[in-house]
Every structure is written in structure tokens, then in C-alpha cells.
Design a protein around this ligand. Structure first.
Ligand SMILES: NC(=O)c1ccc[n+]([C@@H]2O[C@H](COP(=O)([O-])OP(=O)(O)OC[C@H]3O[C@@H](n4cnc5c(N)ncnc54)[C@H](OP(=O)(O)O)[C@@H]3O)[C@@H](O)[C@H]2O)c1
Length: 371
């Protein structure tokens, strides 16, 4: 009798919770709006920016007049001279899994881009590290625009004089991903054998060079057309994945930096030394491609199974910070790292640039020039 009551009330509680959750999602969906609709037609001091009011393919991107930002006491106003795009900019498609963060029905943040390089136009009264005229690069949401306002103590640093704006703008997201993956997650050490799977893309071309800067022996994995490119940026060995499976070998690595995730836990474990680390940084080139779901499941499986073996399988999301931006600046300044730029587009061609990136076969970085 008692058990029956417990079951009945548990059922009712679950039903009520489900109805409430559905209602909350329904309300969140229909309340979801953005500045396109709130501020329509009210721009006082305009600048050009890439804006998307709706989710969808790169076709939803528009070049529009938006309010030019005004720096507060702790910010710099930067005139953007170049920006670059990354797979994360494809969140314009509004994947349902992350819509609770991005906005349920419409994107909360209508601006795009993160990586930029440009010239400081004005500084807030508390800013002492920068002055108007300084050339800088960094990461800030909404970088696909004529101007960005950035906090002086965040991820903005002086641009090395030996780098063009396009080169510097190609660095932030991709290179910080490579640096933090190799150094912090992979515990990279001089003399180690390192394999970079996906060595020819935006992150991979930085990963090869950063791994070399740590004094390691680097093997890059790429397709036939990119073999020479990957060798030219310093890889000691190159595996052409169209001809050879890098897991079917007697070679052992101390560190795998994996941007593709197209091999199983067992296959990768087979080529790792007993205390080796596999850093699972990505699941292939930008855009939707076959087998992505399987790759994601495979990375989760590898993470769980590696709890029970001596090798580590780790995933992570890169985070901006000024200290690492300065490390990247030093690598550029010293010539240990030189960006590989695949294609350059104008700001009004951003949709074409994203369409190209989305094919998943960029060779290095895709850059937007605002000069
Ligand atoms: N964890 C993080 O915080 C973080 C941050 C940034 C990016 N990511 C992820 O890292 C991955 C790479 O980003 P990205 O900016 O480098 O993308 P990307 O520039 O679009 O990468 C394109 C490259 O991937 C290569 N590729 C595709 N399939 C391959 C395969 N089977 N084997 C080897 N290489 C292959 C392509 O070479 P081919 O043309 O020769 O096939 C191309 O050169 C993405 O999954 C991205 O989401 C993660």
C-alpha cells in the first residue's frame, strides 16, 4: 500500500517537473530576442560590423551599421585592421545543444568573430599600458567590425613589429589552443616525440611550430596536398593520412595532440608510451562532416577508459589570458612561430570566408582584411 503511494507520488512529481521544464523552455524560446529587434534604426555613431540576427548558414551574415563602441575608463578602443575566423564562428548555425547558452530562438549576441589585430585609437583614463597609435592584437567577441573595445588587462598585447596585421590577427584563438593543449594539458618536454593529427589546419600549423619551439621531435599528419606545407613549418616527419594510418606502426609517442579524433582509444593508446598523453583538442576541420557524432562519442569513451590505464586522454577548452598572449607574441617576435595564411577576404566577404572554412580543409588560417 505504502509502496504504491510512493510510486504514485514519484510519478506525479516527475510529470510536474517535466511539464515545468517544458514550459520554461517554451517561454525561454519565445522570449528569446536580440538587439536587432530592440534597437532597430537607432544608430547614432555608426561603424560597420558583421551581424547575424537569426541562426542559419553564412547567408545570415550581414554587413551593417551598428553603434561604434565607446571605451570605459579601463578599456582601449581599437581600430581593427584585420580579423580571422575559427570553427567557433560557425555557432551562427545555432546548434541546439548549446542554444540554452547562445539564445533559444535567436542568437543573444548578434556579433561575430573573436581574433583581431589593429591600432589603438583611444584609451580610458585608467589605462597606462597602452596609448593611442599602439599596434595590438588579441581576442574579443565581435571582432568582425571596424572597432572593438577591450579591457586593457585582458587578452590584448602589443603586436610584434615583424608581423603584419593579417598575420597577428590569425594567431589568438588557434595558437592559444595549441599552446595550452601542448604545454598545460600535454605537459610537453624537450626531447619528446610528439604527433599532431590535423597538422595543416588553423590550430595544427601553430601546434607543429609550438611543439618544435619546445625542442621536441614532431610528426605531422595531413593529406597529400599539405605534406610540403607541414614539412616547411618544421615537422620532422609527415604522415599522409590518405596513404598511411599513423596508428598502424611500431612508432611510439610521448604526446599526441589530436585535432581530428578519427581513431579509437585502443588505436591511439597503441602508439602512446606507457606514460604518454593524448590531448583531444578537436574533432576535425571546421563545419559539419560525416562521423562527427561518432568521433564525439569516441572521445568521451577514450576519456572514461583512460581512467583505468597509465596513459592519459584529456580534453579541454582553451581560455584567453594575457600571459599566454604574451608568450605567443614572443614566439612570433623570435621567429619561432610564423602564421600560415591560406586565404584573405574583405569584411563584406565574411560569409564567403566562412563558407570556405566550413568545408573543413583550410590550410592554415582564413583572414579578413579591413584595411
Ligand atoms: N579545444 C579547444 O579549445 C579548441 C579550440 C579551437 C579549435 N578546436 C577544434 O580543433 C579542430 C581544428 O580546428 P582548426 O581551427 O584547426 O580547424 P580547420 O582550420 O578547419 O582545420 C582544417 C584542417 O583539418 C585537416 N583535416 C581534416 N580531416 C583530417 C584528417 N582526417 N586527418 C588529418 N587532418 C585532417 C584538413 O586537412 P585536409 O584538407 O588535408 O584534410 C585541414 O587542413 C576543430 O575540431 C575545432 O573545433 C578546439
Amino acid at each position: 500500500m505504502k509502496l504504491k503511494k510512493v510510486i504514485k507520488w514519484t510519478g506525479i512529481a516527475i510529470l510536474v517537473a517535466l511539464v515545468l521544464a517544458f514550459l520554461a523552455l517554451f517561454i525561454a524560446y519565445w522570449r528569446s530576442t536580440n538587439e536587432c529587434f530592440r534597437n532597430a534604426g537607432s544608430v547614432n555613431n555608426p561603424m560597420k560590423a558583421i551581424v547575424h540576427c537569426e541562426y542559419g548558414s553564412p547567408d545570415v551574415l550581414k554587413l551593417e551599421d551598428v553603434e561604434k563602441p565607446v571605451p570605459n575608463d579601463n578599456q582601449l578602443l581599437v581600430r581593427v585592421r584585420a580579423a580571422s575566423i575559427n570553427p567557433l564562428d560557425l555557432t551562427i548555425r545555432g546548434p541546439w545543444l548549446i542554444r540554452p547558452i547562445l539564445g533559444m530562438r535567436k542568437p543573444k549576441d548578434t556579433r561575430s568573430g573573436v581574433d583581431y589585430a589593429g591600432v589603438v585609437e583611444a584609451v580610458g583614463k585608467n589605462v597606462t599600458q597602452f596609448k593611442p597609435g599602439d599596434e595590438v592584437f588579441g581576442g574579443k567577441n565581435g571582432a568582425l567590425a571596424e572597432y572593438v573595445c577591450v579591457l586593457a588587462d585582458r587578452s590584448v598585447v602589443l603586436k610584434p613589429a615583424n608581423m603584419t596585421f593579417e598575420q597577428a590577427a590569425s594567431v589568438p584563438v588557434a595558437a592559444i589552443t595549441a599552446l595550452q593543449g601542448l604545454r598545460d594539458k600535454g605537459k610537453i618536454q624537450a626531447g619528446q616525440k610528439v604527433l599532431v593529427n590535423g597538422a595543416s589546419g588553423g590550430v595544427g600549423t601553430f601546434a607543429v611550430q609550438i611543439a618544435k619551439s619546445f625542442g621536441t621531435e614532431v610528426t605531422g599528419v595531413c593529406s597529400t596536398r599539405n605534406v610540403d606545407l607541414v614539412r616547411s613549418i618544421g615537422a620532422d616527419h609527415v604522415v599522409d593520412y590518405t596513404k598511411e594510418d599513423f596508428t598502424k606502426t611500431d612508432q611510439r609517442y610521448d604526446l599526441i595532440f589530436d585535432l581530428v579524433g578519427n581513431h579509437s582509444f585502443s588505436e591511439r593508446r597503441h602508439i602512446l608510451n606507457p606514460n604518454g598523453i593524448c590531448v583531444m583538442a578537436g574533432i576535425g576541420g571546421a563545419g559539419w562532416h560525416d562521423g562527427m557524432g561518432i568521433r564525439l562519442a569516441g572521445e568521451l569513451d577514450a576519456y572514461v577508459r583512460s581512467r583505468f590505464v597509465s596513459q592519459k586522454f584529456i580534453s579541454y577548452i582553451a581560455q584567453f589570458n594575457k600571459r599566454d598572449m604574451m608568450v605567443l607574441g614572443d614566439l612570433l617576435q623570435s621567429g619561432k612561430m610564423t602564421p600560415v595564411i591560406d586565404r584573405t577576404y574583405k569584411l563584406n566577404e565574411t560569409a564567403d570566408a566562412l563558407r570556405y572554412l566550413e568545408q573543413g580543409h583550410a590550410r592554415g588560417k582564413v583572414v579578413i582584411n579591413l584595411e
